[in-house]
Design a protein around this ligand. Sequence first.
Ligand code: SF4
Length: 345
Amino acid sequence: MEEKENKSQRFMELQKLPYETKIVYAASKACEFYDKLNGKVFCSVGGLDSITLLLFLRKYVDPEIPGVSVSSLEDKSIQRVHREMDNLVILRPYKSKVQVLREHGYPIISKDIAGKIQLIQNPTEKNSTVRHAIMTGQTGEQGGYKKSPYMEMPQKWKELFCGHENEKYGTDYRIAPFKVSPDCCYHMKEKPCDDYARDSGRYVYMGLMASEGGRREKALIAHGCNYYGKTVIRSCPFAIFTRTDLLQLALDLEVPVPKIYGRIEKQPDGTLETTRAKRTGCTMCGFGIHLEKRPHRFDRLRQDNPKSWHFWMYRMGWGEVLDYIGVPWESKYVGYKQVALPLIV
Ligand code: SF4
């Protein structure tokens, strides 16, 4: 416990370092990882954070480090930047997104909640203890009869998804008319990347930052920038960065910023921010969508690619899913700046 607190304290101190010192620290961690693995490394590349990481690694560690990307999952403007990059290995997802949605279910809310909903939607004798913990927070005999706030599903989501358990708990929750699953990333990204790593004998650099919060923050604080575990070996040199550090580095390295992010601009409080998307995942991902203000990622897709938007919302059921979790999407977002057309007189 004390060790955990010390680690977290030390990590927070590193997060407070000035930008220039963080760059030196990140470069030293990246070099340490490279040396330890005899240069058998690669950089996992997706959006702006990891594009920046690849250019950073090529500048400070080794100009030959390969990038690896499941590029087809990203926004078109990101794919365009990928195509311009040297030595970028393009992997294909093992299943199409349509297949993943149909066979496994929709990735919504967060990986953690989606995993819990998946268990509730697929009850078995084997998962009954976990389902009980999801419903009540009580961990049962196996978990030492504790109350775990992490295990219990937030009430809001119980009401929408936990109707399968009504009889047992005397509740009046709803049953969603669609499947939910956290497995999308595994089939689309993780497995192809893991297989690449295994087949090539290389180890991964990732552009994750603890300041993004959630599970990532906990894992980065627990394991630090470089982690050499039994089953996982990885380096996250930007672990201690804030978003402003990352964007400052992108400016310093003259990283090509994909159109979906807009421009990098200084905010009134001195931080840096992108003028359009803040974070991107795949174009059609529901993780975190309930927390986004409009124009959210589905609005942006509507503006950039109305045909694709129509397909996903109406034909692939995303509209129904968003309605169900209370995310507005059908009313057109009207706050985009219109380009003034010259008057013809
Ligand atoms: S980011 Fe979202 S859509 Fe993309 S693979 Fe992961 S869960 Fe699927």
